[in-house]
Design a protein around this ligand. Structure first.
Ligand SMILES: Cc1ncc(COP(=O)(O)O)c(C=O)c1O
Length: 419
């Protein structure tokens, strides 16, 4: 499949008959006449709306009217932050000394992450190569800022995590989409990358497990892609944000095999800390000082309460809680897969990671229209494929198993009537 340059003109994202506020499309700004658009940078004219946030707004409005809504749209675990992390934060706050940390992060936290790589994955990742960031988002921003010159091209999967396009475009990079399908586990093939790679290509960004598909990339293929990028003097960024959330297999990291790639990770998902805004970036040896200077200017430092709280994330007590949650996610995954299939949705490749099922719909209805109907008629909130790219997006819905099995069953029951 050919790579396609992405030009996300707002018109590419038809809002159809939807009435949700379309915060990013220019005609609305004109209509409101609130602010002359020519004062905004042109990159803002091309940002598509994040449909899931608009669905969430609508879902919340329906809830406020007394409707019972089952939330399976947002990429956020429904579990609370584990008690050991909350306790550590409270102990830290009680001391009242909430100050900046070094830009690279608390040394103790960088050491703790390094220790986690060694004990859990047998990977040798010195603390000096670990940079603490404001979530995986901060890590992606730093990596892209550090590696992109204006006009440089990046290869991204379609479907893929939508914010990556904006990070690249914010630094005047160009996104080349690699359309991926179930037959390659929604991950790119080596030949596809080789064909898409031009003399302007700066690198390839992969997420494993992936959002929205929950699928993993094969170790061997990932190695081949890393070799290929290295041969072309390009970069590979591997987003391992869903690392701990894999089912029927052990979690792994590319860092146990290579030290020449950039790796993004986060406390948001496996560690249940979305709102704390904490993550990390692992950089190849020799890059830390440059990234440090960039981080100093962009962020000064990541949140200090969050960093102190995260020191408790790797304790045996906390990891036991997280592993129990992983097993609950697996039970939900199986229930959801079975349920979605029973109502005629197609799962072309079974997800074995994250907490998403990327389901293909049959029939004429677009996923956008279906997501809208499911919310309005059944009170079930799911995400239309359009949020993750253009490739077969109108045929797919992302359903997150961020609700317990009883609610999943109820959601399936309600969806059946709409479908
Ligand atoms: C693949 C992927 N990368 C990065 C992020 C950003 O996560 P955070 O900034 O909360 O760590 C997300 C969030 O959903 C994601 O799915």
């Amino acid at each position: 499949m050919q790579a396609k340059p992405i030009g996300f003109a707002s018109g590419q994202y038809p809002s159809g008959h939807f009435t949700y506020p379309d915060i990013c499309t220019s005609h609305i700004h004109h209509a409101m006449n609130a602010f002359p658009l020519d004062r905004l940078a042109s990159r803002l004219h091309n940002i598509p709306p994040f449909h899931v946030m608009e669905l969430l707004t609508r879902a919340q409005a329906l809830q406020a009217q007394g409707r019972d809504i089952i939330h399976m749209e947002v990429g956020e675990p429904d579990f609370p932050t584990p008690a050991p992390i909350i306790d550590a934060a409270q102990r830290f706050l009680a001391q009242g000394q909430v100050r900046y940390t070094p830009a690279l992060g608390l040394p103790a936290l960088r050491e703790a992450i390094s220790g986690f790589y060694a004990t859990r994955f047998g990977a040798e990742v010195p603390a000096e190569r670990i940079v603490i960031t404001a979530g995986a988002s901060g890590a992606l921003l730093l990596a892209v800022a550090a590696l992109t010159n204006p006009g440089d091209e990046w290869l991204l999967t379609d479907p893929g995590y939508p914010c990556n396009r904006q990070f690249i475009q914010a630094f005047n990079g160009v996104v080349q989409a690699l359309p991926v399908d179930a037959d390659s586990n929604f991950q790119p093939r080596l030949a596809q990358v080789a064909e898409a790679w031009s003399n302007r290509t700066r690198g390839l960004l992969i997420a494993s497990p992936s959002n929205p598909t929950g699928t993993l990339i094969d170790d061997l293929l990932l190695n081949q892609l890393a070799d290929f990028a290295a041969e072309r003097k390009g970069n590979l960024i591997v987003d391992e944000i869903y690392q701990g959330l894999v089912y029927g297999q052990e979690a792994s990291t590319v860092l146990s095999r290579r030290n020449d790639v950039f790796v993004v990770n986060s406390f948001s998902k496996y560690f249940g800390m979305t709102g704390w805004r904490l993550g990390w970036l692992v950089v190849p040896e020799g890059y830390t000082r440059h990234i440090e200077m960039l981080a100093q200017h962009l962020f000064i430092a990541a949140s200090s309460p969050a960093q102190h709280a995260a020191l408790a994330a790797f304790t045996a007590e906390n990891l036991t809680i997280l592993e129990a949650r992983r097993s609950i996610f697996d039970t939900r995954r199986k229930a959801l897969l079975q349920g979605l299939r029973s109502i005629g949705l197609n799962i072309d490749t079974e997800p074995t990671g994250a907490f998403y099922v990327y389901a293909r719909i049959s029939g004429q209805c677009s996923s956008m229209e279906l997501a809208h109907r499911l919310l309005e008629e059944a009170g079930v909130a799911v995400t239309p494929g359009l949020d993750f790219g253009a490739h077969r997006a109108q045929q797919h819905l992302r359903v997150a198993y961020t609700a317990d099995v009883a609610r999943i069953d109820e959601a399936i029951h309600r969806m059946r009537s709409v479908l």
